[in-house]
Design a protein. Structure first.
Length: 498
């Protein structure tokens, strides 16, 4: 049987925590607070993000269960295969790959947006054209491209280098947020009465909160980077769930602090009515001056860097796992001769993302909004597979696990339902997060493209014996076949490398 290529175990716990937290926060925390105030008001937004974090923790229970049992690259791709076979693995992997790659591109464009605010004289050079109302400058394309190339290089150099860089950037991000929030709250001209009204006028508090909860899968996407890196853990995979929960709690706190720091600068409704290109930047610079701009610039850069780096890791590991399973061309499973990293996936992600800045940020947002469906589908697969694998009680015959865990099984069911609700918020007309027509067009194009790719490879994929595919994806030959005959042994023994 073909030897299975494996990644080196080099990632430390605090690096993995930084990957999850830094990816979950990203640029949106610093660029979009005024948008969230517009949707829900200050406390509506904070409560919405808190509820969203709790729902993500419920979903994370399923991730913790499956990572502990299957610490392999691919994450949801591998879990979909475990529960439902190769076709579902392809569907989950295809949509998730789009989501990860789009977020890499969006983080690079956020860096260009920051440049337009901080150094407009440099970035707004070489106006080329306008797409969907967005002026595309050669200067912003250059900034985004340099960032994409730099982080591709860092990731090719090795997981340890990118892990260290991620941790340092996260530390600087947290320090920046604490300094910004503390300086804003203690400023003599700040009044906490600016936070009134607590919720968006004209809508119920419930509707305001739901409008924010609806974007939780997008806001917190990044914690699911942990299973993509599981094969490279230098520690016990049982720690993964705690790292995910801690990253989500920290992300919720950082989101809340930036919302408050933005809203206290002036009456928040007045800030919203200004319709500034970057309301948070205006609010903080208006009170703190150049020092506030410097702090905010450093924080945004760290958020962008952690997002770029974290999703480079996830995208390349997902492509690596799909290449190793021959679902994508086998070249994706090749490792760098010196650094032992999945460099083909990194280079592929970089090349695709280098096209994105040329289409303008507004056009990119349409694709990113659509890709939220892919991320939500991945959540659904993970939770449903975990639910399928556990037993309510020892008498249950249909359970696929020898483990009797009614509480965990209940949480995985709740996670599955939450995933369906999140998906409904994206696709049901009239919901707060319903996709616009351009996003639906982008989704249709991606589905058609995915169908073409699948049909072109389906013959080869379907000829792979299940025993071999089990080995390539899950690391255990004939695992699913054995499970069908022995329902009590879906999972292999737990692995603890410590």
């Amino acid at each position: 049987m073909e030897e299975r290529t494996q990644l080196e175990k080099t990632l430390k716990p605090h690096w993995v925590l930084a990957i999850a937290f830094g990816s979950a926060v990203g640029w949106g925390c610093f660029v979009l607070p005024v948008d969230w105030l517009t949707k829900a008001g200050p406390f509506g937004a904070i409560i919405g993000f808190s509820v969203g974090a709790l729902l993500m923790i419920v979903i994370a229970v399923s991730y913790g269960i499956l990572i502990n049992r299957f610490p392999v690259s691919g994450g949801e791709f591998a879990y979909a295969y475990l529960g439902f076979g190769r076709k579902h693995a392809y569907i989950g992997g295809w949509f998730l790959a789009l989501g990860y790659i789009c977020i890499v591109a969006l983080n690079a464009s956020a860096l260009a947006l920051l440049g337009k605010f901080v150094l407009p004289g440099i970035v707004k050079q070489g106006l080329m054209y306008n797409i969907a109302g967005w002026d595309v400058y050669f200067g912003e394309v250059s900034i985004a491209s340099i960032a994409l190339l730099l982080f591709a290089y860092l990731n090719i150099r090795g997981a340890s280098i990118s892990g260290k860089a991620q941790f340092v950037c996260c530390v600087l991000l947290v320090l920046g947020v604490l300094l910004i929030a503390g300086s804003m709250f203690l400023h003599p001209s700040v009044s906490f009465s600016n936070l009134q009204p607590s919720f968006k006028p004209g809508v119920s508090a419930w509707s305001a909160i739901i409008a924010i909860v609806a974007i939780a899968p997008w806001a917190y996407v990044g914690f699911d980077n942990v299973p993509q890196a599981a094969e490279e853990f230098s520690f016990s995979p049982k720690k993964a769930f705690k790292l995910i929960v801690l990253s989500l709690i920290c992300a919720a706190v950082v989101y809340s602090l930036m919302i408050l720091a933005t809203a206290v600068a002036m009456p928040w409704q007045e800030l919203v009515h200004q319709q500034s290109i970057w309301g948070t930047g205006d609010a903080i610079s208006g009170l703190l001056g150049n020092s506030g701009v410097i702090l905010l610039t450093i924080s945004v850069c760290m958020g962008v860097f952690t997002g770029l780096n974290g999703f480079y890791v996830s995208a390349s590991r997902l492509l690596f796992a799909m290449g190793r399973a021959h679902i994508l061309p086998k070249s994706f499973s090749k490792l760098h001769s010196k650094y032992k990293t999945p460099y083909v996936g990194i280079v592929f992600t970089c090349i695709i993302c280098l096209f994105a800045p040329w289409f303008g940020r507004q056009a990119l947002l349409w694709v990113v909004d659509m890709s939220a469906i892919g991320v939500t589908i991945a959540y659904f697969y993970c939770c449903l597979v975990a639910f399928k694998c556990l037993k309510w009680n020892s008498e249950q015959k249909s359970g696929d696990l020898e483990d009797v865990a009614p509480v965990k099984k209940g949480l995985t069911l709740l996670g599955t339902i939450s995933s369906v609700v999140f998906l409904g918020l994206l696709v049901v007309p009239g919901s707060p997060a319903f996709l616009g027509i351009p996003s639906w067009v982008a989704l249709f194009v991606w589905v058609v493209l995915g169908t073409i790719v699948y049909l072109s490879r389906s013959k080869e994929l379907n000829q792979i014996p299940e025993e071999r595919l089990d080995y390539l994806i899950l690391g255990k030959s004939g695992f699913r076949k054995e499970n069908r005959s022995q329902s009590s042994d879906l999972y292999p023994p737990k692995v603890d490398v410590n």
